[in-house]
Design a protein around this ligand. Sequence first.
Ligand code: ADP
Ligand code: MG
Length: 368
Amino acid sequence: PAFLLRQPIEELPDALISQIAAGEVVERPASVVRELLDNALDAAASHVQVRLMAGGTRLVSVQDDGFGIPPDDLPLAVRRHATSKIRSLHDLETVETMGFRGEALAAMASVAHLRIASRTADADSGQLLDAVTGELEPVAHAVGTTVEVQELFFSTPARRKFLKADVTEYAHCVEAVRRHALAHPGVEFAIWHGGKLQQQWRGLPAARQASIAVDAFANGTDTADTESAAHTAMNRRMADVLGAEFIEQSIAVHYQAGGIRIEGRTGIPTASRARADQQFCYVNGRFVRDKTIAHAVRSAYEDVLHGQRQPLYVLFVQIDPARVDVNVHPTKIEVRFRDGREVHSAVRHAIEHALAPSRAPATDQAGS
Ligand code: ADP
Ligand code: MG
């Protein structure tokens, strides 16, 4: 057949390379939301506004009050493999920012209309970069950054066809914001859709002072005050994002051993759900899907949850970044632990420990 006839090897044009690479990072509007929120949080923002049109297919815009991008750096921000976050292999192995691959903005620029307005604290005015034309011009902007992604996949109709109805894409975008919001209770998040404010979760200033909750938990040097501020903020954010019932139906998780710290809340057995829709797991502040952790949680519920019932949980696992490889997947939703068994046993013990009081009476009765 004709397709087996060999053609000479040629290097692909740059634009096509970018579009191919973009496929790994940008799958749908929610991927854009996720990447832009990562960037806002890496820039130490305390207020983040997410604006969407038509479920994010026409527009995703994220505005933050982080440290901004200096004018000289702005054109570089949209170049492939250009990042301010790592410089060396050593940095990669100990990376603590959400981003480091330097490809999200480049990916968006190759499959959508991208504009970035930004201003740093020491600049007199903001600068606007239009990634389509490459033009840079002054613009009025507060300190921080606004990234606008319009008409996703306009140039790649085949991909555009894979998008679902706007309501579905919108739901995925909201889920992306919820995932970030849970991990950053000190940061305010607002979601607008079609010009209307849909959600607003205020940041708890105490948590900002104690740095974000996960940070306060992470460094192990937290005082009782910052720790309790972090817990208060974490619980309030969970109630805001997941509903007050979540707090009533869950138990606090605290665990620390072998350099692994686990904080969060896990559901009481009677509050289990038919679907796994309230399971949030973070490793060093990054939302991940991890089989080891999911299995460990499941095994802790082994004798109290039956059949296909799903526990609810929000777990923040903190571990030395050198003990986890975050560079496994372009979207970083998967990680690899250097020692999965230790993580498994830590998570299992953390949950068993949390569940023990609710289990004890039953055991006593059975024994008497
Ligand atoms: P990465 O986050 O992996 O570095 P990105 O393509 O997402 O790659 O962003 C490229 C660079 O642009 C970042 O390294 C950062 O310096 C800058 N940048 C992007 N978004 C923001 C933002 N909201 N605030 C400040 N700087 C930003
Ligand atoms: Mg990024």
